[in-house]
Design a protein around this ligand. Sequence first.
Ligand code: ATR
Length: 315
Amino acid sequence: MSVATEHTYTLTDLEHWPVGVDQCPVNGTALAVIGHPIGHSLSPVMHNAALIELAKARPEFAQWRYFKFDIAPEELVRAITLFHRHKFRGLNLTVPHKALVVPHLVAKDSFVQDAGAANTLQFTEAGWRGFNTDGIGLSVALREDLGVNLTGTNVILLGAGGAARAAAIECLLRKCASLWIANRTSTTLNELITSLRKSAAFNEESHLEGFDPKAPPTTLPSRAVVINATSLGLKADDDAPLDLAKIPTPAKVFDMIYRPPQTALLRQAALLTIPSANGLSMLIYQGAASLERWTGESAPIKIMRHALRGAHHSA
Ligand code: ATR
């Protein structure tokens, strides 16, 4: 992989894009992930490995490159204008841009409408079309790693931020049996529950309830699937967002965090012999869905996973 795609670019680079002939082949097609911070992102490694693989059957993909840009929230509007001017084929968005970008889209899919957040943009002449592949990424990861089908399943979801909201919409759209959401801050939790009830994904049969993770209700279902969508666990010494020993024994535990690969929640699941998985597959499957939208080709999942493993070990 060329050094250029590992480099973190800025708005200044974008103002002068392409900054050098090395970055993108002449007549090449550019993709990018934007976030703040972004230095840690493994998306370029994963997508560039996938593009090299796709180029084996379709040589035009040898001209495609995926970059990362550190864009502050106040720079977002200028940045997406410039990405459009430079005809970037697609963008991925991460913290803090997923919700901020929505008013600037010319079109959006129903998931973006419901979740109020987009993680994937596609170039059109008229402007950016917004999509959200976080939901499908979660569903496929749960199925592949843990054999879980959200339909008819009781879900205990931890968190009430952007990641939790997308997960909640996916659970409701897939018609989970019940959705119990826990969050440290009750006002944020109540706001999320109220807005989920108003969303198109919610229907009469949806059983949706919030609870305090410090005082889990006795009515929680047993054999539920616990999904962590909080950022608690990103730091090695973080506690678990919920004590699994204080709830009826769950069937499976999924943590959206993939770095570090084992969080306190996953360690507790292992102690209680509950099958569990971290967020690596979710990262892969949300990326795969974005790549398929931009390229029209099936994403090479194994290659993407392999590239991430390599990056993990060298990180
Ligand atoms: P994201 O877009 O990744 O979801 P976010 O919107 O900032 O990020 O949401 C972070 C989530 O992690 C929230 O649910 C937050 O809980 P609060 O609403 O109480 O802030 C949760 N979170 C972050 N740090 C936490 C901590 N130390 N303990 C418990 N929950 C935490």
